[in-house]
Design a protein around this ligand. Sequence first.
Ligand SMILES: Cc1cc2nc3c(=O)[nH]c(=O)nc-3n(C[C@H](O)[C@H](O)[C@H](O)COP(=O)(O)OP(=O)(O)OC[C@H]3O[C@@H](n4cnc5c(N)ncnc54)[C@H](O)[C@@H]3O)c2cc1C
Length: 508
Amino acid sequence: MPEADTDVLIVGAAPTGLTLARELQLAGVRTIVLERLPEPRVIPKAGGLGGQTLEMLRHRGLLERFEAASGKPPHAAIPLRRLARRLTRLADNPMQAPLLPQPRMESLLEDLARELGAEIRREHELVGLSQDQAAVTTDVRGPAGPYRITARYLVGCDGAHSRVRAMAGIAFPGTTHPEVNRLGSFAMPDSVTLLDDGNYEIAGLGRAPFGYTQTDRGVFAISSYTPTDLGLYTSEEEADPNEYDDEPLTVPEFEESIQRVLGVRIPLREPTRMTRFTFHARHVERYREGRILVAGDAAHLFPSGGVAVNAGMLDAVNLAWKLAAEIGGWAPDRLLDTYHDERHFAGTRTLLHTQAQVARRPGLDSADDALREVVSELLLDEPARHRIGAMIAGADIRYPMPGFGPNALAGTFATAGLAADFLHAGRPVLLDLADRADLRDVARDWADRVELHIVAVDDRPADAVLIRPDGYIARAATVDEPYDTATTGLRKSLTHWFGAAPPVLSRS
Ligand SMILES: Cc1cc2nc3c(=O)[nH]c(=O)nc-3n(C[C@H](O)[C@H](O)[C@H](O)COP(=O)(O)OP(=O)(O)OC[C@H]3O[C@@H](n4cnc5c(N)ncnc54)[C@H](O)[C@@H]3O)c2cc1C
């Protein structure tokens, strides 16, 4: 069989693809990233990183790099609009995020991937692909002309309009909402006056209330944090909501939209922030087709903001170690398929709450307004706030871990207090929390793949925890678990996730 040019070819150098590239390099996998653009796009998208990704970065010892790049104190970057206020009351707000505009976030992710040796080819566009039992063959258009590259696996991290997804024949069912939304912050225009009662006077229109107004043509919203700034928003149905993809919003386009929705032109000053977005709720039917996989926006589109980067980066971390196991030749049966099982489940949860948020868009109808009030009231209760906060952060996911004895921690994400110091290298680890020589003996058979650490903790939650490279607990030996079940369960879990123990090292 001819050798492939690379182990893994990633299409798309944005949050998902760059995270995947670093994770693969960390696991010692040869990786090439193709990106059609010469540099990260400067259009404003995500304004920061939030959710479980922050815990993941902490596990890798990278969180400080992101906080330093941000240079600002963490900010409660929570969607759910007005509910944000309720969630920020949580002592451990799960959506606390370093503010870092997406172009800067992508530059940092690119640096991190390159530091570990990932080859990122900018201005190289994937234009064709085919796969057989052994490899994926791709056609690429680069600055020096067209060429071919083969890879053992290919991952499409190529965004909403993924060609990889289309060429692999992966269906992407769901809904694209017909509204185009425009949002901007400006210095207070001459034609708008903030009134003492918090509402506004707009020249040519008269009084406009603070907040959302439904008009015949759509929704208009107006607000300010200070007397000198103004936030504006429009939402209107358009024939082709995809028409503007990747084109930055301009001030004249925003002025025209306001004129259509409100019936009056507001001459705007230079914006401090301006963005256009549409709502999609789409999810691939499967994350894997043979040797081709998809991740990030190529796999899912959520109809409200703040969570998509988190979801894509978590896809990448879930996938990388499984691909590394395949490439390393020690992957147990179906390991790679658990990428679909686990991340499709997580994507479905994210769709659930983001669709619920769209149903709660203010100003559209009184039933939505009533629902919003009911949910707001429920969120006065701390347990409800915790539950919704964890759901938004993607922290409530519990992956099914095959039995091998009951333990409450299995399938949950290892907390920073337990695991953060041990996952920098992205390898599986067994933390022995109770000086259990019997469990260490079992784990030594996998010494080439699984790190072993003896850790002293107060109030141990388990005697030992086996943690996958993505931070999820594969098995926890319960406190004082008897030798027989503890060792058998651990051996089965090790085999299930990390393959049979290598015969040379095996002592059984
Ligand atoms: C206005 C707006 C605001 C947003 N706000 C937020 C927010 O606040 N929080 C949040 O989490 N998310 C937000 N998002 C969503 C977030 O930007 C996306 O979820 C995120 O960019 C997805 O990352 P990705 O790496 O999966 O894909 P993308 O960022 O779409 O990157 C795909 C990459 O693939 C490249 N590519 C495509 N085709 C090819 C090809 N054939 N060959 C080579 N390269 C190719 C593209 O050039 C691109 O660089 C927002 C999006 C928009 C539009």
